[in-house]
Design a protein around this ligand. Structure first.
Ligand SMILES: [Zn+2]
Length: 469
């Protein structure tokens, strides 16, 4: 009896602390979780980008967090993105089931009444994840709306961003905003945010052009450098600050800030510190890497046909051309399986990767289902012939974790699939489905030039991460 009571109390305490905890996500590819609010303290863990964190406490510059694998520690706020507080609202006239997993066949554990709200956590596989009774549960996104808690804000990431009178790229432009402009945000639908303009009018802005807060992600700059000599990593920007460690000559680091000849860097294992600029040189992070990009389908094979009648083969080639340019700018040698609207068998595409002996093979696609409710981004690898994570999973994961940092891009998973195009090569291979062409709203987003540019940048970052693992 006593044991039961203790268990009940413990469950109650855990669910209360859970209910009040905010959720954040790491926004840089590799970052240390420290034992204290101090760069020279012990490292408890090294976190990948998009790692989900429960925020338990904070100081001015640091969060004390717990990861889903149970590790706790301190991380600088600059490397964490904290989404606005949101609610899911039942916008139908019927009760909606709350389920234990993202499928209509999952067990229903409760219901949401018409007009009722519940705390939103995230979106996965076209279902909203909500907090229900201290647990994370799922509710159908197509039956609900997302509403923001009062006074939540978003900031713009670029200049001359169009603000429209409705949530689509074809709606009228009613205003424009610039980088770092801040707006009150009230709702979210299909990757678009509903915002309040200074004159009180309601407008809509594409989610992928926004961020929830100012931090490493919103600054949008990645300084890829290498050390030219053995180099002391210090706790601050001068020789008077104590030494944390010595970096090896030729080590890759990311510069996140520069002050008076000193750079704040993130080095191996995500450790942070300051180094003298004199011993750093710019590098092309993909220099020497050979990549085969595969725009899916082509010729007699149109791929998916979109809600509005567009062919997947064309948009695959459009996005792949952009990605080729982006990867070349980072120093890679890039081949393509096709440069025009021609048919190539899937196994031939995979074998091309072997013949060219490329470092990686990436196939670019856009998804489709006979149910237009579904949306989201997914990446794929194959373990039928190749069991090692380095053969595909690591690439699929690195691209996925970067792509889902984009606001308005929703998670659909990193999946093991027996796709011919992945199976027919012995090189590390992955496939991305950027969005659903069968969903009318997501289709409009994926044809938008600014969406494609942001997506290509994030896929490129994922490829850089893959090679730096
Ligand atoms: Zn396809």
């Amino acid at each position: 009896m006593k044991k039961v009571l203790a268990f009940v109390i413990l469950t109650l305490i855990l669910s209360i602390s859970f209910a009040y905890a905010q959720t954040g996500y790491t926004n840089i590819s590799s970052i240390a979780l420290y034992n204290d609010t101090d760069y020279s303290s012990k490292i408890n863990d090294t976190l990948k980008i998009s790692t989900k964190l429960h925020i338990l406490n904070e100081t001015e510059d640091w969060y004390y967090v717990k990861t889903t694998s149970g590790n706790t520690g301190w991380i600088e706020k600059y490397f964490v993105t904290v989404p606005s507080q949101r609610f899911v609202v039942n916008n139908t006239n019927n009760q909606i089931n709350i389920r234990t997993s993202p499928t209509t066949s999952a067990k229903a554990v409760g219901q949401l009444a018409p007009g009722e709200k519940i705390k939103y956590v995230d979106t996965y596989h076209s279902w909203h994840i909500i907090e229900f009774g201290g647990d994370e549960c799922y509710i159908a996104s197509w039956l609900t709306d997302i509403e923001y808690a009062a006074s939540q804000e978003i900031i713009l990431l670029y200049d001359t961003i169009n603000i429209r009178d409705n949530a689509s790229t074809s709606s009228n432009v009613i205003a424009q905003g610039n980088k770092n402009d801040t707006y009150k945000v009230t709702g979210e639908k299909n990757g678009w945010l509903q915002i309040r303009l200074p004159d009180g009018k309601i407008g809509y802005v594409a989610g992928w052009l926004t961020s929830y807060d100012s931090n490493y992600f919103s600054e949008g700059s990645q300084g890829h450098k290498k050390t030219t000599d053995e180099l002391n990593l210090r706790t601050g920007p001068s020789v008077n600050n104590s030494r944390i460690t010595t970096l090896k000559s030729g080590e890759s680091i990311t510069v996140v800030e520069t002050v008076d000849g000193w750079s704040k860097v993130v080095a191996n294992n995500g450790i942070i510190g300051w180094v003298n600029d004199y011993y750093l040189k710019d590098v092309y992070p993909l220099s020497g890497k050979v990549i085969l990009l595969d725009p899916g389908h082509g010729g007699k094979d149109p791929g998916a046909i979109s809600f509005s009648g567009k062919y997947e083969k064309h948009i695959n080639l459009e996005v792949t051309n952009k990605l080729k340019n982006a990867l070349e700018a980072l120093g890679a040698k890039v081949h393509m399986t096709r440069n025009s609207d021609t048919y190539i068998a899937n196994k031939e595409r995979g074998r091309m990767a072997d013949r060219l002996n490329v470092d990686i093979f990436l196939s670019i696609h856009h998804n489709s289902l006979n149910n237009s409710d579904y949306f989201g981004l997914s990446t794929y690898y194959n373990t039928i012939k190749y069991k090692s994570p380095s053969q595909g999973y690591n690439l699929a994961e690195a691209i996925y974790l970067n792509a889902i940092t984009i606001n308005g891009v929703y998670r659909d998973g990193i999946l093991d699939r027996n796709f011919e195009v992945l199976r027919e090569t012995n090189r590390p291979a992955a496939l991305i489905e950027i969005g659903f062409m069968s969903n009318p709203q997501e289709e409009m987003n994926i044809h938008n030039v600014s969406f494609q540019n942001v997506m290509v940048e994030k896929i490129s970052n994922g490829i850089v991460d893959y090679f730096q693992q």
